[in-house]
Design a protein around this ligand. Structure first.
Ligand code: FRU
Length: 487
C-alpha cells in the first residue's frame, strides 16, 4: 500500500486524526452547516464514542471544532441528532433559539437498566454548538428492555405541535412523541416484515417529508441502515416511501419491496440536515463512507474513514414508481479548477473511448450510448473497474474492486465483484466523483447511487480510462479537475 497521505481525501470530510464513523446531529443554523460524527480521538479504530464536530459554509470546506460530547459516568455517546429549537419551545434557552441534541447513552451497564445499557440522552447548546450541557435528568428515555435501542432522530412535527423521535428498537423503528423535548411517549413501531432485514438490528433511522418533484404532493421517507446483508455484502442503507401522521409511519409499497439508497459498499448511516431554510428547500444528506466488515482495517493508520460527498435528494416518479434520486451538492462546481468537454466520441471493440490523467480529485460526466452486445470497461483509478454491458436488450453494470494489504480481514472483505441491472436502456449517463480513495457514481440523473472506496497502489497521478471491449460505444465526455482548496 502507499503512504497514507495519498489516501487522505481532498473533497471529503475526514478527521485530522483518530477514528470516525456515522454522521450525527446534522443541522443548519446561522449560516453554518454542522457536522457531528462518531469519533474516537484515542486511536484509529472504533473505541469509546465521542461526538466530533465540524462546521462549513459550503458543505465542502470544513473547519474542525473541539469535541462536542464526550463519554461520562453514564456511558459513551452513540449516534443521534441535533435540531434547532425554534422559539425556545423547550424553555431551555431563555426565549431564544437554541440547539438540542439527542444521542444514545451506551454504557457497560446502567444501574436501573440491568442488561440493557442503551438509552437516550439529551444535551443543549445556547451558543451555536460551541458548548454543550448534558441534561441533568438523563436519560430522557430509559431502555424498555431491548438489546438494541439507539440512534435517535428528532424533528418538530408542526401539524400536531409536538416533537417526534424515531429510534432503533432491534429489528424495528420505534416512534415517540414529546411536547417539551424531555418527556417522551411511545407512539408506534414500524419494521416487522418490511423491507430487508438481517440477523442484526436496523440502525441510524432518519424520517423526513419530501415533495414529489414537479408536484404539490409529498411523501415521507424512512431511512434505515442494514448492518451486514445489504444490496452488496456488508452494511448498506435502505429506505421506505410512505405516509406519516405524527405517530405512525405507513409504507406505500408492498412490505416485500426493498429500496436501496445506494448500490455500493461504502454508504452507511445516512442522515439528512435539519433546519435547511425554506428559501433553499433542499434535502441534503451525508453518509459514512465505509462498511463495518472492514472499516477498522482500512489501510490508513493515523486517521480512519471519511464521509461521502453531501448529496441532495429528490423524489421522482419513474416507470417503477416513486424513487429517491441523488445529486452531488451543487456547491462542488464552485471548486472546479479546470474543465474540459468533448462531444460524440466513438470507439469500437479493442479501442479506447477516452482517457484522462488526474490527481487528487476529478468529476467526470459521461453520456454513453452502447450498441447491442457491447461492453465498455471503465477504470477510474487503479483497483476498481466498471463494466457496462448490453446484451439481450438489457444494460448491466458490473463493479469489480481489488485490494490487498498486510491485513487479512481487509484482504478477505474488501475485494468485490457484483452486478446491478439497469433495465432495457442502451443509453446511460454517469456522474463520477473520484477522490484519492473513493469512487462515487450516480447513474441516470441520480436514479442509482454507487459509492465505493478504492485504495490505489500507485500514486499520485492516475489515469481514468474507458475501453470498448466488445461492440461499439459513443460518448459525450465532460471532466472537471479539482486541486487543493485555498484554506
Ligand atoms: C452504526 C452504529 C450505530 C451506533 C454507532 C456506534 O454504524 O453501530 O448504531 O450508534 O454506530 O458508533
Amino acid at each position: 500500500m502507499l503512504a497514507e497521505k495519498y489516501y487522505r481525501p481532498l473533497l471529503h470530510f475526514s478527521p485530522a486524526f483518530g477514528w470516525l464513523n456515522d454522521p450525527n446531529g446534522l443541522v443548519y443554523k446561522n449560516g453554518e452547516y454542522h457536522l457531528f460524527y462518531q469519533y474516537y480521538p484515542g486511536d484509529s479504530v472504533w473505541g469509546p464514542m465521542h461526538w466530533g464536530h465540524a462546521v462549513s459554509h459550503d458543505l465542502l470546506n470544513w473547519t474542525h471544532l473541539p469535541i462536542a460530547l464526550a463519554p461520562d459516568a453514564l456511558g459513551m455517546c452513540f449516534s443521534g441528532t441535533a435540531l434547532v429549537d425554534k422559539g425556545d419551545k423547550s424553555g431551555l434557552f431563555g426565549g431564544k433559539d437554541g440547539l438540542l441534541a439527542y444521542y444514545t447513552i451506551a454504557a457497560e451497564k446502567l444501574p436501573d437498566d440491568a442488561d440493557f445499557p442503551q438509552s437516550q440522552g439529551m444535551a443543549y447548546s445556547a451558543d451555536n454548538g460551541r458548548h454543550w450541557t448534558k441534561y441533568n435528568g438523563n436519560p430522557v428515555i430509559r431502555n424498555p428492555g431491548l438489546q438494541d435501542f439507539r440512534d435517535p432522530k428528532v424533528f418538530w412535527y408542526e401539524p400536531a405541535g409536538h416533537w417526534v423521535m424515531v429510534v432503533t428498537q432491534g429489528q424495528q423503528i420505534g416512534i415517540y412523541r414529546s411536547n417539551d423535548a424531555i418527556n417522551w411517549q411511545f407512539s408506534s413501531s414500524f419494521g416487522e416484515g418490511q423491507g430487508a432485514h438481517d440477523e442484526r438490528a436496523w440502525e441510524c433511522p432518519d424520517l423526513f417529508e419530501i415533495k414529489i418533484e414537479g408536484q404539490e404532493e409529498s411523501r415521507w421517507i424512512l431511512i434505515v441502515g442494514v448492518q451486514r446483508q445489504a444490496y452488496t455484502p456488508g452494511s448498506g442503507t435502505q429506505y421506505f416511501i410512505g405516509q406519516f401522521d405524527g405517530e405512525r409511519f405507513l409504507n406505500d409499497n408492498d412490505p416485500a419491496t426493498v429500496l436501496w439508497l445506494d448500490h455500493g459498499r461504502d454508504f452507511y448511516a445516512t442522515q439528512s440536515w435539519a433546519d435547511i431554510p425554506e428559501s433553499d428547500g433542499r434535502r441534503l444528506a451525508i453518509s459514512w463512507m465505509s462498511c463495518w466488515p472492514y472499516a477498522n482495517h482500512l489501510p490508513t493508520q493515523s486517521w480512519r474513514s471519511a464521509m461521502s460527498i453531501p448529496h441532495e435528494f429528490t423524489l421522482r416518479l419513474t416507470s417503477d414508481g416513486l424513487r429517491l434520486h441523488h445529486a452531488f451538492v451543487r456547491e462542488l462546481s464552485a471548486k472546479y479548477q479546470h474543465s474540459q468537454s468533448e462531444e460524440a466520441k466513438t470507439a469500437i471493440a479493442g479501442s479506447e473511448l477516452f482517457q484522462c490523467k488526474w490527481q487528487d480529485a476529478l468529476r467526470l460526466k459521461l453520456a454513453i450510448t452502447l450498441e447491442e452486445n457491447s461492453c465498455l470497461q471503465l477504470t477510474p483509478m487503479p483497483g476498481i473497474q466498471l463494466f457496462i454491458t448490453t446484451s439481450a436488450g438489457q444494460l448491466d453494470l458490473q463493479c469489480v474492486r481489488h485490494g490487498k494489504s498486510e491485513d487479512e480481514t481487509y484482504n478477505q472483505h474488501f475485494p468485490h465483484d457484483y452486478h446491478l441491472s439497469l433495465g432495457s436502456n442502451r443509453r446511460i449517463n454517469l456522474d463520477l466523483l473520484l477522490d484519492r480513495s473513493s469512487v462515487e457514481l450516480l447513474i441516470d440523473n441520480g436514479r442509482y447511487s454507487i459509492t465505493n472506496l478504492a485504495f490505489p497502489e500507485t500514486a499520485p497521478m492516475h489515469i481514468c480510462r474507458a475501453l470498448v471491449t466488445a461492440g461499439k460505444a459513443n460518448a459525450d465526455v465532460e471532466w472537471h479537475q479539482f486541486s487543493q482548496f485555498p484554506v
